[in-house]
Ligand binder design. Structure first.
Ligand SMILES: Cc1ncc(COP(=O)(O)O)c(C=O)c1O
Length: 446
């Protein structure tokens, strides 16, 4: 065998590779992989545990036997584009306003290549899906995270986004429903952003891959709700709704001028989305809805269960998941950063989560869990999170004041824990509380 110097010698790479970063979610995934044979509950994976419904697989198999083994047109099979146009709430012309892509990821990449220049900025309300960062790096642009307020449950804050718009802003990405928070944004807040973007000729990229997964009300597409359609680029896919992540089929819907150029990049990247996957997508969009409705209902039941389990955790809160299949757990009461929480959950309790550090700076004490796994696993995972959480239950009593006064407003007893107390201090406080109870007892016996 000839010897190779591939590992030792480093031949220069393109400068654009230097800004690429690895998602902390992948890091957790790799750490979990290295724990060979460990009994783990996987909450980090953002894909449905269901297999693709049988009628979709059958349609794809039939298509293969009928010769769907060739390139298709760059834009995608005409009947599929027609089906996508029918599925979209906004009006898009299937002939020149839709391109079928290799998943939403390619649709996003095409969008970046088409509307974002090197040196431009792309605004992203955070916490946000981490992959946007490298998508920006790919075109020499900078992602600028605009932190949404944790206290509001990470609601969309139009004023903050509008304030961040500057001369270099080329686009704003709105992920709705949100990954990682599960929030579905108020349509008026979204429209305020679109309106401000349109006034400055900035694009709004609507990443709506979770649009069919809303639990409280049907989703309204951003492009369908706005008066500024020319500035909205819609990205969607079959991945989440139809449990089709591995088929790699999605779409981009936008003004003809955007699509015309995006198709040229698409040709250079993949030529067309895989023919067999396009046939599968056609069956998904036009076929039997019953299996899809069953999956969506299962997500709805899991979501209810997850909300209940979170409510019973003493030290954890979370914005209510209104869409997608994520809950964004806030561990800030433990005074521990997300990496530590995620690492301890994995190493001490065998639960794999995605630390919020991967979703933007504000997310430093949050951990994302995906409930796209089965109910039994969700139950086991929450039992373990509860075990971790209750370890700290007595550990932090924050400035508690218990004051009993008599009828003349004179203090009878005042038990005060002035500072945050650690576990080792519980004994001391227990003694104080005991003294208080004794005093109270004495008072009651008076
Ligand atoms: C917000 C968001 N956008 C896009 C994607 C990519 O979807 P697809 O599988 O269609 O490429 C994901 C996948 O997790 C996602 O969470």
């Amino acid at each position: 065998m000839p010897s190779t110097d591939r590992a030792e010698q480093s031949v220069p790479l393109a400068r654009r590779t230097q800004g690429l970063s690895r998602s902390p979610i992948r890091r957790m995934f790799d750490l979990a992989q290295s724990m060979d044979g460990a009994d783990l509950v996987h909450f980090e994976i953002g894909e449905p545990d269901f297999d693709t419904p049988a009628h979709i697989i059958d349609a794809a198999t039939d298509a293969l036997h009928d010769g769907a083994t060739h390139y298709t047109s760059n834009a995608g099979l005409p009947p599929l584009r027609t089906a996508i146009a029918a599925d979209l709430q906004a009006d898009f012309d299937p002939t020149d306003e839709i391109v079928v892509t290799a998943g939403a990821m390619e649709a996003l990449a095409l969008t970046m290549l088409t509307v974002v220049d090197p040196g431009d900025e792309v605004l992203v309300p955070t916490p946000a899906w981490p992959n946007y960062t490298n998508q920006c790096e790919m075109v020499g642009a900078t992602l600028r995270g605009v932190e949404m307020d944790a206290a509001s449950g990470f609601d969309l804050d139009p004023a903050a986004i509008i304030e961040a718009m500057g001369p270099d802003t080329a686009a704003v990405i709105i992920t709705n429903p949100s990954n990682p928070t599960g929030r579905v944004f108020d349509p008026a807040a979204v429209e305020a952003v679109v309106e401000a973007a349109a006034a400055r000729d900035i694009y709004v990229i609507a990443d709506e891959v979770y649009r069919d997964l809303t639990y409280d009300a049907p989703y309204r597409e951003i492009a369908a709700e706005t008066a500024h359609e020319a500035h909205v680029i819609t990205v969607c896919s079959c991945s989440k709704t139809y449990a089709m992540t591995g088929w790699r089929v999605g779409w981009l819907a936008a003004a003809p001028a955007v699509i015309e150029r995006a198709i040229m990049f698409h040709e250079g990247l993949v030529a067309c989305a895989p023919a067999v996957s396009q046939h599968a997508a056609l069956a998904a969009l036009t076929g039997d809805r019953a299996p899809v409705e069953e999956m969506l209902a299962a997500f709805g039941r899991r979501r209810e269960y997850v909300i209940d389990r979170i409510a019973s955790l003493p030290m954890v809160t979370s914005p209510r998941p209104e869409g997608a299949f994520y809950a964004y757990l806030d561990f800030s009461d433990l005074q521990m950063d997300a990496e530590t929480v995620a690492t301890r959950l994995l190493e001490e309790h065998g639960v794999v989560t995605a630390p919020g550090t991967g979703f933007g700076r504000v997310a430093g004490e949050h951990v994302r869990i995906s409930f796209a796994t089965n109910r039994e696993q969700i139950g086991r995972g929450f039992d373990r999170i509860e075990a971790f959480d209750t370890t700290f239950w007595f550990g932090f009593i924050d400035d508690v004041v218990i004051r009993i006064t008599d009828s003349a407003d004179q203090t009878v007893v005042d038990v005060r824990s002035k500072s945050r107390v650690g576990l080792s201090d519980v004994g001391k406080n227990a003694a104080r509380i005991e003294a208080f109870l004794d005093a109270l007892d004495g008072r009651l016996n008076d």
